[in-house]
Structures are given as C-alpha cells and as structure tokens.
Design a protein around this ligand. Sequence first.
Ligand code: NAD
Length: 419
Amino acid sequence: MAGTIPRDDMTSFEAVTWFFDQAAERVRCDDEMRELLRRPWRELTVAVPIRLDNGKLKMFTGYRVQHNGARGPYKGGIRYHPRTGLDEVRALASLMTWKNALAGIPYGGAKGGVTCDPGELSTTELNRLTRRFTQNIAHIIGENRDIPAPDMGTNAQTMAWMMDAYGQMFGHTPAIVTGKPVELGGSYGRDAGPGRGLVYCLEEWARLTDYSLQGSRVLIQGFGQVGSWVARLIGSLGCTVVGVSDISGGLFNPRGLDIPKLMEHVGQSGTIAGFQGVEEVSGEEFLQLPCDILVPAAIEGVIHSRNADKIQASVVVEAANHPTTPVGDIILRDRGIALMPDILVNAGGVVVSYFEWAQNIQQFRWEEERVNKELEKIVKGATREVIKLSDREGISLREAAFYIGVERVSRAIELRGFV
Ligand code: NAD
C-alpha cells in the first residue's frame, strides 16, 4: 500500500492506515511487522438494549476496538455519535496507538463508541445506555487492561456512570476510566487537557520555526470540549479568535470574538447560534474564511480534495482526530501550508488521562499546577522530537510523528518477543 496514491473516498480506517503505511515504509518495517501493527488486535461489537423514558425498548450498537497493546494497557475514548461505526472506531483506535507511543506514555491504543445521537436522549436514557454498554464490554476492560475516557458526545458525567457500573460488578475501581468529575477521582486540568496541550504544542512549534503568533487570527471549527478550551486558552499566545463554528454553522468577526461572552451564551442555549454582533456563515464557508491559523476541532475528514485548495490559513493545527484526508494532506503540503498533526496536537487529553490514572492508582491527588507543568514537559518534548526528525529527514510533521510512533511500537513488539 505504501507509495499508493490515496483516494478521497477512503474510509477512515483506510485513510489512517495509509498514513501508517507511509511511516512503516520509512521505518523499514518488514511485512510481518506491518501486518502486526496494521490490524486491530481485538474488536468487540455489542448490542446495547435500553428502555426509553416512554417505556419502549430501543437497541443501540456499541464498539470497543483494541488496536495494539504492545506498550501497555489499551487506552482511548468513547464516542457517542449517530455516524459512529466499526470502521471509524478502528481508525481512532489506531491513531491512539501512535499517539500514546509518540507521547511516550505507557499505553496501547483503543477506542470505543455507541451509534446514537446523545442530543436526542434524556439524561436518564444516557445513564441507562452507558451502564448497559459498560456491562457489555466489562470483560475486556480493566485498570490494567483497557481504560476508556471521554470523546465526542461523552463527558465527565458519562465517565462517572461507567465507573459506577463497573464498580457494581468488580468493586470500586476509579482507575477504570479517566476524565471523571474531580469529585470522583478525576484530575484537575483534565477538561482543559487537549486544548492546553494544543497551546503548548503551537507555542513550541512557533518558537522553533520563528513563526510570530502575536496578532495571528484563529478559526476554530467545533466548540465542544476541545474547541471551547482552545478558544479560551489560545489568547495567552497573543492570538485572536476571529471565528468559531459548531454543528449549527459558523460565527465570524475579523476584529475578534468575545470568548467569555460566547461561553456564557453557549452555557445558556447549548449552541453558538444566535450570538449577537457577529457575521453568521455556513459550515462549508467557515473553513475558507481569512485567517492565519485554522484549528479543526470537530469531526473527521473535513479538509479534503474539494476544499483544501481554498483554505486561507498558513498553519492548520489538528485538534480533532483525523480531520484531514490523505488527499487533503497532500494538497495542503503542496501549497506550503504547515500542518501540525492530530497525534501530536491533541495528545494533551490522553496525557492528562495518564496523570489521572496514575493519581488513582497512587490514591494521591496532584495540584493543577503540577498537572499543567508535567503536561507542558511531555507535549513540548514530543513537539521538539517531531520537528527535529522532520528537519533531519525532510518529511512533514505528520510523517515524522507517525514515524516515531511506529518505530516505538514495533520496538516494543520485538522486545516482548511474543511472535
Ligand atoms: P464534543 O462533542 O465536546 O464537541 C464537538 C463539537 O463539534 C460540537 O461543538 C459540535 O457541535 C461540533 N461539530 C460536530 N459536527 C460538526 C460539523 N460537521 N461542523 C462543525 N462543527 C461540528 O467533542 P470533543 O470532545 O470536543 O471532540 C472533538 C474532537 O477532538 C474529536 O475529533 C475528538 O476525537 C477529539 N479529541 C477529543 C478529546 C477529549 O478529551 N474530549 C481528546 C483528544 C481529541
């Protein structure tokens, strides 16, 4: 597959595997090792039947994919989304394998999800769904086996329900999930982790490449857990957020958005729509607005062959997982647009999850200052490694990030000697 020309209609797993294959070629993995690294080690699909509030039974489908466990227990989020399916979960699990290896934290890669629209379910229905899903995957997870976390459509409350459902089966086990509420053993700084990690990563990249962030105009696609934290924190680098979008469309103001006011508005209405004093644009137009830095922080595959040539940013910083298709990636590169890849940029989420897991096992809480300091050390260190390799080999930052991840996982497999 390496050397093949990517297509725009690749599935998410095919696309991530394409990025992997390019790296495996550079790392000079032999064919057997590539097969071991490419394929998920375990995939579980479960029926998740629950009673809705109206008394009717509804069947949902849930997934947990454990992609590679060579470097430690599997780790990765749980997504609730109408389009979630096995292929997407596989792709996201594979990304977790390379991300955890790149960050140097002792985990393999996994991901899970339930095909559902959480916006259409009541709190009690979501609680029941989460409990039943947890029971049905309980035999393959564990604090030393596989540790879920939040992702799109799930949050700290979801993790609290998961912990409780697992605890009812096996006894109180806070380290079974991360991203919990602080009151139940969550870590300070976990909520902000992916956004804060992005800011550290961008800061280090700008320092090493002499890119001036002062006055840079930022567009953020997605205003959820990740995007809203990026919006709150990126101003500390001297940047101005000129636009944000969510599923309802985009908002733009070339002079900058009032983020605290927007947070208040979203807190009340649940969406950015209806925020006053800004220009409203469609989701598709949004990505093509004038800016310096574009932060996709929503879903997969939003930068592709049909819009990559229209993006005006000089830097794309991937907060979401797999927002750029392989064809989109090539177009951006040919246009000289710098791209900071997902497995580096959003690693802050899983790094603070790792701190939470370590705190739960030690039964000892860290102050937020310590969490942020340790996060900065890991994220900036990984950013330096990626930039150094990219410069040395003349490859893109994505290629360098995958190279490091693939090399570390294949080395772990060799050292274990299990095949
Ligand atoms: P979330 O559910 O909290 O928010 C998602 C946001 O994206 C919402 O504002 C939603 O309206 C918006 N959105 C959805 N579809 C859209 C579309 N077509 N166009 C524009 N906006 C759209 O999800 P999140 O946790 O912030 O996750 C966002 C991305 O970040 C995902 O790719 C996820 O895998 C990744 N990520 C999340 C974490 C985490 O800890 N939550 C960590 C690392 C990476």
